[in-house]
Design a protein around this ligand. Sequence first.
Ligand SMILES: NC(=O)c1ccc[n+]([C@@H]2O[C@H](COP(=O)([O-])OP(=O)(O)OC[C@H]3O[C@@H](n4cnc5c(N)ncnc54)[C@H](O)[C@@H]3O)[C@@H](O)[C@H]2O)c1
Length: 277
Amino acid sequence: MRLEELAGQTAVVTGAGSGIGESVARRAAALGMNVVLADVAMDRIVAIEAQLRADGHRALAVPTDVSDADQVEALANAAYAEFGSVTILHNNAGLESLGYTWDVPADEWQRVLAVNVNGMHHGIRSFVPRMGADPRRSHIVNTCSVGGIAITPRMTAYAASKHAVQALTECLYLECAEAYPQIAVSVFSPGHVATRIFEDVSVRAEANDDVAFWRRSIQDTGITPDAAAEVLFNGLQRGEFWILTHREAFERLATKRAKVLTRQLRPDSVFEEAGRN
Ligand SMILES: NC(=O)c1ccc[n+]([C@@H]2O[C@H](COP(=O)([O-])OP(=O)(O)OC[C@H]3O[C@@H](n4cnc5c(N)ncnc54)[C@H](O)[C@@H]3O)[C@@H](O)[C@H]2O)c1
């Protein structure tokens, strides 16, 4: 899809209150799209909505917890009621979690999977049949991570969730090709992006060192969320399935991962690169 053709069409972005989602929403608006901002952080999306409207854009903030299927259905109802169709659905909301697997409380584990994985399923259930009923071209992009192919100790809930997102998105790609060929599906897998994701991570005593490390690491080495959003729209324009912000690192990790899975390497060879050591 050519970016110039997106003007007047609608993008729905989850996790739009911060970081990557906010930048994608702002970029969509700059391209002339109507933007639906979904996030649990109501104050942030309402402020972004107000700014976008003041700048002459069409924006709608819909407070949404993506882990709740009914709230995502309400998001879809609101988007279609306001704008009539959806051209881009960006399932992007996500949470981090740190600490040894055995130290992660059950409710935190379940929350990470509920947001990162179930939230995506809710988006697909509520939007795909409506997008599929529309013969015009549309696009679903799911935010995964290099964590969707890498293995990082003391980030297990996140890694497990992103591996699930990777598998889910590949299945969705095949299913849309079969049932709704007008819907293109992409996986967006960023490396480090300087966002607030580790600000929201729960700080347990066991994970303190990791929290400080990762907060610093993504701020020091991450690309900006605006740069990530630019990569995303360029990937959409090129019709890519894999949309990657750090292509070389991703390919190196994927190659090592393949060797682990084919018993040529032990898991610690991937950890050397993906872990904090
Ligand atoms: N920052 C990175 O280095 C990086 C790398 C790879 C992948 N990602 C992925 O990018 C996505 C966006 O993360 P980010 O880095 O921009 O972080 P961020 O914390 O800046 O933004 C995430 C947003 O999601 C919202 N959110 C959290 N739970 C929600 C829920 N239940 N329902 C709706 N919204 C919810 C948060 O309020 C926040 O506004 C995530 O899926 C994350 O896993 C980030």
